[in-house]
Design a protein around this ligand. Structure first.
Ligand code: F6P
Length: 522
């Protein structure tokens, strides 16, 4: 698979020249005045998502150069390699095949270059597990003796299911209370346990590896609590969602739903890790969620680059990070049910693309992943939007709005939509005030993603869109977006420090760590 790092393509130099000539000083307001078609030119439909990119600092000439960059870097070939099941996660020698989790059972797989018999074998495994997990979800939903389901997992084994269960609250037909425990901080689990009864609770232990210290610690405490409460039937009250079935069995769990090492943790909510979502919205709802994501997969796989939304967003991300030098992107979902989307996207993008070397291990001479952050609107407006409008840094904002409300309270939704439109407008338009304090520079870029309705399918499509845009920027930067070695060092050091908290041994520690450790033991 031919991949050329973005800075080694002819388009990179052309983009540098374009940035110096016109990109840096580009004014979106002038661009609208000059081009009556700007909204049409820079907005598009993708499955379940309408995207308006027109308030960004980009024109047709720049986008053409960015598309050249994508072609010259081999983004399409890299994408096809992912779909075909090549081991594009080469540092772990793994395929990156979460798209297969969303491929419908009977659909012929037409991934270019894929070995049909391998794909068919994987498809069979995927659908057998999906069917088993959805059967279990329906049984649990129908079991009136169970009132509470506690998902114990962290990172990709927590953020996705938690985000989606909240987002799809309007579709929750289960009547069960769903809880999420992730932090090794015992305050989290300890605060939940007094409200639970052993005989009416099911614990889902969600861990790809079944070795993650937070999850293992919480799972052990949950099991000890269950037994202390007189619980006996671990087989009925505990289930494991994991690729490491042997470790789950050794823990005493017999009900297990597996997945495979080609599913990255932050791409795993479409696998057995999605069980809490299926318990909340039911098997049919979960299949719609997968179908929405699949529709976006097909768009990414087949749409021409110039109308391929994940490609256009990923290119814009590179334009902003590497040419404009913007260091962060703010995510502003104007829907309270999407309140965990920023946290979810933080792991998705920052764990994928927060890398400083290319696929060959060579230090990169340019910047990569921005910081992602945000809160739902309109809350953010009364917190940090001041900085977005008048601060010294330019922060591209990604608004996410939903046309239809699923509540009946009069007046709220038009007010919400007016606010999201107004914020995007204010960022772009600005306001002239000679006095200074009331001056808004304007020309501050934003992207506007619009869903007609927040449903399992549209959420699936929205998240798949984000996965693929992260793929595109990571691909251009020439990095491996699918490993996460950066999380390892802290884990190793914590293992060394923990016994020192008991023993007081500070030998070999730096002065600060030794000083803090001593204070914690006082
Ligand atoms: O934070 C590192 C990480 O490995 C994530 O990539 C992953 O989602 C999380 O830990 C949890 O891992 P596991 O599902 O194996 O417990």
């Amino acid at each position: 698979m031919a991949r050329t790092r973005c800075d080694r393509t002819p388009a990179w130099g052309a983009l540098q020249a374009a940035y110096a000539a016109s990109g840096q000083a580009f004014d979106v307001r002038e661009a609208f005045e000059a081009d009556a078609q700007r909204f049409a030119r820079f907005s598009q439909e993708a499955p379940y998502v309408f995207a308006d990119l027109s308030k960004n600092r980009i024109d047709a000439a720049t986008e053409a150069l960015l598309l050249d960059l994508a072609r010259q870097s081999g983004v399409q070939e890299h994408r096809d390699g992912m779909f075909a099941g090549q081991k594009i996660n080469h540092t772990e020698q793994r395929e990156v095949w979460h798209v297969l989790l969303r491929n419908p059972p009977l659909a012929p797989v037409e991934y270019a270059g894929a070995a049909p018999e391998i794909v068919a074998a994987e498809q069979t495994k995927v659908h057998a597990t999906l069917d088993a997990m959805l059967t279990y979800a329906e049984q649990l939903r129908a079991d009136s003796r169970i009132t509470d389901v506690v998902n114990i997992g962290i990172g990709g084994s927590d953020l996705g299911p938690q985000m989606a269960v909240l987002a799809l609250d309007a579709f929750a037909t289960t009547g069960k209370r769903l809880h999420f425990v992730s932090n090794v901080d015992g305050h989290e689990l300890a605060a939940k346990l007094p409200h639970l009864k052993a005989e009416t609770t099911v614990f889902l232990i969600a861990s790809k590896t079944f070795t993650t210290i937070e999850t293992m610690t919480n799972a052990a405490s949950a099991k000890a609590w269950f037994l202390a409460q007189g619980g006996t039937d671990i087989g009925r009250h505990f289930a494991a969602l994991t690729t490491n079935v042997a470790a789950a069995n050794a823990f005493g769990i017999t009900t297990t739903f597996g997945f495979w090492d080609w599913v990255g943790g932050r791409y795993s909510m479409w696998s057995a890790i999605g069980l809490p979502i299926a318990i909340a919205i039911g098997a049919a709802g979960f299949r719609e969620f997968l179908a929405g994501a699949h529709a976006m997969d097909e768009h990414f796989r087949t749409a021409p680059l110039e109308s391929n939304l994940p490609v256009r967003l990923g290119l814009l991300d590179v334009w902003y990070r590497n040419f404009h030098g913007y260091i962060s992107r703010s995510i502003a979902p104007y829907h309270s049910a999407l309140r965990r989307v920023p946290a979810y996207l933080q792991q998705l993008e920052m764990e994928s693309n927060g890398k400083r070397v290319d696929a060959a291990g060579e230090a990169l001479p340019f910047d990569t992943c921005p910081v992602l952050w945000g809160e739902p609107g309109t809350n953010g407006q009364h917190a940090y939007f001041q900085m977005l409008h008048q601060g010294t840094d330019v922060v591209p904002v990604e608004f996410i709005a939903v046309k239809k409300a699923r509540h009946a309270l009069p007046g709220h939704h038009p007010m919400l939509l007016a606010n999201v439109l107004a914020q995007a407008q204010a960022l772009m338009q600005g306001k002239v005030d000679a006095g200074g304090h009331k001056h808004f520079t304007g020309n501050r870029p934003s992207t506007f993603l619009l869903l007609d309705d927040l449903t399992p399918a549209s959420l699936g499509a929205l998240i798949a869109l984000q996965e693929h845009r992260v793929f595109v920027s990571g691909s251009l930067w020439g990095i491996n977006s699918f490993d996460q070695w950066g999380v390892e060092l802290g884990k190793v050091l914590a293992k060394d420090i923990e016994p020192r908290l008991a023993s007081g041994d500070v030998a070999g520690l730096d002065g600060s760590t030794a000083g803090l450790l001593a204070r914690l033991r006082d």
